[in-house]
Design a protein around this ligand. Structure first.
Ligand SMILES: C[S@@+](CC[C@H](N)C(=O)[O-])C[C@H]1O[C@@H](n2cnc3c(N)ncnc32)[C@H](O)[C@@H]1O
Length: 242
């Protein structure tokens, strides 16, 4: 059950507030919103500022994930979803859980996701984020994925950890034929080691790529890319079990 009941969006600034208690008035930097107004889709605070009052959707909550280790960003999550075609029937294993960014995004579209996280502190972070998102179909295991994967007939395994080559044999045993293995790594030398480890296995490497994201400023007479862009985050290698 999600503990966030409403999202208040301040129209002027775009600031978002997460409301957890519907019976209490909510204090924002732009005035107080009355509890009796939470039923309205648009409302005004005590200082006359306009707000939208929305049912929380996945992305409103995802933006508020508690941060532990470095997360996988939306651009890379989007490509993983697009290139593996996972859907509401899919069974997935993810490792390591980290902050839960990827496994929660997968749980938002898949039938069941199990994430392995070896570090107890990160296990707590991902557990808290599971609660924030209300992701009942996410199973979090405090376990070392290098020692094995219990789940079988998987549609997808995602790996975001330092030594993915230690998971190739387990992935071979746990993926269904045609299932996908996706590896995310910041350095190419690690990726080369992973790709080499797939030789003479049933894991066929399809593509290695990275995505660069450049936002644009479009206002009045200005139309140009932002000076800073989200450049290198990580390399992605997509594989399929033969
Ligand atoms: C970069 S973080 C993963 C971030 C995550 N993909 C996300 O989007 O939030 C890498 C995580 O892998 C975990 N890890 C490293 N080795 C592991 C192993 N052998 N088994 C399970 N988890 C492992 C680390 O503790 C760390 O939390």
């Amino acid at each position: 059950m999600r503990n966030v009941k409403r999202i208040l969006v301040h129209l002027k600034s775009g600031s978002k507030y997460l409301v957890k208690e519907l019976h209490d008035d909510y204090h924002t930097q732009n005035g107080v919103v009355k509890a009796s107004d939470f039923r309205k889709a648009s409302l005004e605070s005590s200082t006359g500022e306009k707000f939208l009052c929305l049912e929380p959707n996945f992305i409103d909550l995802w933006e508020n994930l508690k941060r532990g280790p470095q997360i996988i960003t939306q651009k890379d999550i989007g490509l993983i979803l697009a290139k593996t075609g996972v859907n509401s029937k899919s069974k997935v294993v993810d490792a390591g859980g980290g902050s839960g960014s990827l496994c929660l995004a997968l749980a938002n579209v898949c039938n069941e996701v199990t994430t392995y996280e070896v570090n107890p502190e990160h296990y707590d972070v991902v557990s808290r984020n599971k609660q924030l998102l209300g992701a009942k179909n996410l199973i979090i295991k405090q376990a070392n994925v290098y020692e094995g994967i219990k789940e079988k007939k998987l549609d997808l395994i995602t790996l975001d950890l330092p030594e993915p080559w230690k998971v190739v044999e387990h992935a071979q045993d746990s993926l269904k034929t045609g299932g996908f293995l996706v590896v995310y790594l910041p350095n190419l030398n690690q990726m080369k080691m992973f790709i080499d480890s797939c030789r003479r296995t049933k894991i066929k490497v399809l593509d290695t790529l990275e995505l660069l994201e450049r936002k644009w400023v479009i206002e009045d007479r200005i139309m140009r890319p932002e000076f800073q862009m989200l450049g290198h985050t990580g390399f992605l290698t997509f594989c399929r079990r033969l």
